[in-house]
Design a protein around this ligand. Structure first.
Ligand SMILES: [Zn+2]
Length: 58
């Protein structure tokens, strides 16, 4: 089995529309730098993205 690929995601905060680059394999909760909404939560594998993904970067 192939492990999930590490990628950077450009997300937009649903609340304040701040755009932020986050890693899809984060081990910690990622919060919006502006309003502190949770953008992603760690699951042990790929992060669970809680907001809108604008772009996936390799
Ligand atoms: Zn925000």
């Amino acid at each position: 089995m192939e492990s999930p690929k590490s990628k950077f995601l450009k997300v937009k905060c649903k609340k304040c529309r701040n755009e932020q680059i986050i890693f899809n394999k984060t081990a910690t909760v990622v919060k919006c730098l502006v309003c502190e909404s949770v953008l992603a939560e760690p699951t042990g594998g790929l992060a669970e993205i809680k907001t809108k993904i604008e772009e996936v970067m390799d």
